[in-house]
Design a protein around this ligand. Structure first.
Ligand code: NAD
Length: 290
């Protein structure tokens, strides 16, 4: 059986709703003397990273959140990056810290993220945040993984007892997305580059999350007619456009729902980073004024 209609699981409306909430909270916090502030540590001259950081800074500015870009340059060593993260962690006026990737070849975000204060770890990168997430304890989840769940909820997709497959097992997207789906009582399968027959594992999925970074990886043979597909991948095309990991032309009309790229997970991710930052600032405010 093939579905005839594929719902477009748009993320722009949800992102707007989250930003509206964050802007109201930011205004209140600023009025009460705790202006929310986000710091993004950059150590690369990668153009797509620069584009992403500019989009965070622009969205923050429109939301009333101060965003500081700490650009250390592409040649900086890991100790200097660690020192910057520690300084920001100790700065009471900073409420959110993001370590932007890619990093220089001798630096690894997995090694450095423990220098981010978990209370300010708004992109859930510190191993402590990830461990708490795995244990079902309160923590900031990586914003992209949180965006996957927020999109599924926004579009009313039930998760409890359903079969979910996540393709990709990175620390920043695949693994935390799988943890969040598990927390919501989905039955989760995780696939990665060593998975032998990908289609055999993706086809039974009622919810399919794809976070690989390979355009056209998922085609009609990988999906069931009733599947809801969340495409996290972002792949630049030679003509300057952006496509996901799912071959849209191949699966359109064959699945129940698909997120667009761009306009799906991306805007929700940025909005959630801002929401996490105001939540962190609100916690600081509450601690200062019990
Ligand atoms: P990554 O390179 O760290 O991880 C990729 C994962 O895909 C790995 O676990 C690998 O094992 C798996 N993989 C590779 N080839 C595979 C194959 N043939 N079959 C199955 N699995 C395979 O990447 P990442 O940081 O997790 O990002 C994944 C994608 O998501 C990228 O396109 C990235 O740009 C995008 N992304 C988007 C957002 C957003 O906000 N929209 C945020 C973060 C990442």
């Amino acid at each position: 059986m093939t579905s005839t209609l594929t719902a477009v699981l748009d993320g722009t409306e949800l992102a707007r709703e989250i930003r509206t909430y964050a802007a109201a909270a930011a205004a209140e916090l600023t009025a009460s003397g705790t202006p929310p502030r986000l710091a993004v540590v950059v150590a690369t001259d990668d153009e797509s990273s620069a584009w992403y950081v500019r989009s965070i800074a622009g969205a923050a500015a429109r939301t009333g959140i101060r965003c500081e870009i700490v650009d250390l340059g592409p040649d900086v060593g890991p100790e200097r990056i660690r020192a910057a993260l520690r300084t920001l962690s100790a700065d009471a006026a900073v409420h959110g810290i993001v370590l932007q990737t890619p990093l220089p070849p001798d630096a690894s975000s997995e090694d450095l993220a423990d220098a981010i204060d978990p209370d300010k770890d708004v992109d859930g990168a510190n191993p402590l945040s990830l461990g708490r997430l795995a244990a079902g304890l309160p923590a900031f989840a990586p914003a992209t993984a949180a965006a996957v769940l927020a999109l599924l909820d926004h579009h009313g997709i039930p998760l409890s007892g359903r079969k979910a497959t996540v393709v990709g097992r990175s620390t920043v997207v695949g693994k935390p997305a799988a943890q969040l789906l598990l927390q919501r009582d989905a039955t989760v399968t995780i696939c990665h580059r060593h998975t032998k027959d990908l289609a055999e594992l993706t086809r039974p999925a009622e919810v399919l999350v794809v976070a690989v970074g390979r355009a056209g990886l998922i085609t009609a043979e990988h999906v069931a007619p009733d599947a809801v597909v969340i495409d996290v991948g972002t792949n630049p095309t030679p003509d300057g456009a952006l496509v996901g990991d799912v071959d849209e032309a191949s699966v359109a009309g064959r699945v129940a729902g698909l997120t667009p790229v761009p306009g799906g997970v991306g805007p929700v991710t940025t909005a959630l980073l801002l929401e996490h930052t105001v939540r962190s600032a609100a916690r600081t405010r509450a601690e200062e004024n019990p």
